[in-house]
Design a protein around this ligand. Structure first.
Ligand SMILES: O=P(O)(O)O[C@@H]1C[C@H](O)[C@@H](CO)O1
Ligand SMILES: O=c1cc[nH]c(=O)[nH]1
Length: 296
């Protein structure tokens, strides 16, 4: 059985822990040991199977959107609540920890992930467990964020050994999202390859960090080289996000707005109003996807 009988008991299909989605669209966890945990604390998001009625609170979730900043994700939740008239208010379920923010607006969860893959992967795992315990069906994940226009080694270390996981993107989902762009948009939407870096400054070839050991010419050469290989932008989570979506067998896509053209410079404008406006562009696109998909 792959269904959840109640909030405290996760039921696993014995001997088939590696099977992916169940036929009814529930996400399948890949860790049969969880079945022996009577009260699973989703520590970083301040929820638990023992004290929270996860099915009632989150059972209707269909789309989870992740992004770095807590306030951006709160605004996104309000935007969804108003746009689709699905909620009068939004509440941060993770407020108790002050690590991440988890807002819900109707069938959409809006989650902050902080900076970088380590921070993202912690909240990602707890959100996957949350939607599992809540019995959500056919859930799609997006990262909506920011990036610089124009490595991280594939894999991670588990028990001291390098584990490689493919960072596959859901090409159908990406095409569907791209099709949500409109000619009248104030922004251009492009499909491209994202370089995922381990750092914002030297890791992205910037010359305005506290340290810099390369020259402008070397930087431009590198930017040209990666652009020739199809790279259109760089940020800091896409590799982990897509690899984790693939591992969890959850359709996922990354949609980021560029804050700077790296061929022109490294600094990001300090015009906060402009930055706030730009950050809504991927949200607008994903909201159109949600409207189409959920018929809202
Ligand atoms: O959440 P966003 O998309 O803003 O995250 C990008 C990548 C890094 O986390 C951060 C660097 O400024 O911005
Ligand atoms: O240049 C940028 C902008 C946002 N986020 C990044 O990681 N890089």
């Amino acid at each position: 059985m792959d269904i959840i009988e109640d909030n405290k008991t996760a039921v696993f299909e014995e001997g088939k822990e590696d099977a992916l989605h169940t036929s009814n669209g529930h996400v399948k966890l890949h860790n049969a040991r969880l079945k022996s945990i009577q009260d699973d604390h989703l520590y970083h998001i301040a929820l638990s199977t023992g004290s929270d009625d996860l099915r009632r609170l989150f059972g209707d979730v269909k789309v989870v959107c992740f992004g770095g900043q807590a306030t951006r994700m709160e605004k996104f939740a309000w935007f969804i609540a108003r746009e689709f008239d699905v909620s009068d208010t939004v509440h941060n379920f993770a407020a108790g920890t002050d690590r991440y923010a988890v807002y819900k607006a109707g069938p959409v969860l809006s989650v902050s992930h902080g900076i970088g893959i380590p921070s993202l992967s912690i909240v990602f795992q707890e959100i996957v467990k949350l939607i599992y315990y809540a019995g959500c069906e056919n859930v799609t994940f997006f990262r909506i964020g920011t990036c610089g226009g124009i490595g991280l080694e594939p894999g991670t270390y588990i028990l001291g050994r390098a584990v490689e996981r493919p960072a596959k993107v859901d090409s159908d989902l990406i095409r569907q999202l791209h099709a949500c762009s409109q000619n009248e948009d104030k922004f251009k939407t492009v499909l491209g390859t994202t370089l995922c870096a381990d750092d914002f400054y030297e890791g992205q070839g910037r010359m305005d960090g506290a340290f810099c050991e390369h020259e402008e010419e070397e930087k431009l050469l590198w930017l040209r080289e990666i652009a020739d290989r199809g790279v259109t932008n760089m940020e800091m989570e896409s590799l982990g996000f897509t690899a984790l979506c693939d591992r969890a067998n959850i359709p996922g896509a990354v949609c980021c707005v560029t804050l700077v053209d790296r061929c022109e410079g490294d600094g990001i404008t300090n015009n906060l109003q402009l930055l706030q406006e730009w950050q809504t562009y991927p949200q607008i696109l994903v909201a159109r996807y949600i409207r189409n998909r959920l018929d809202l």
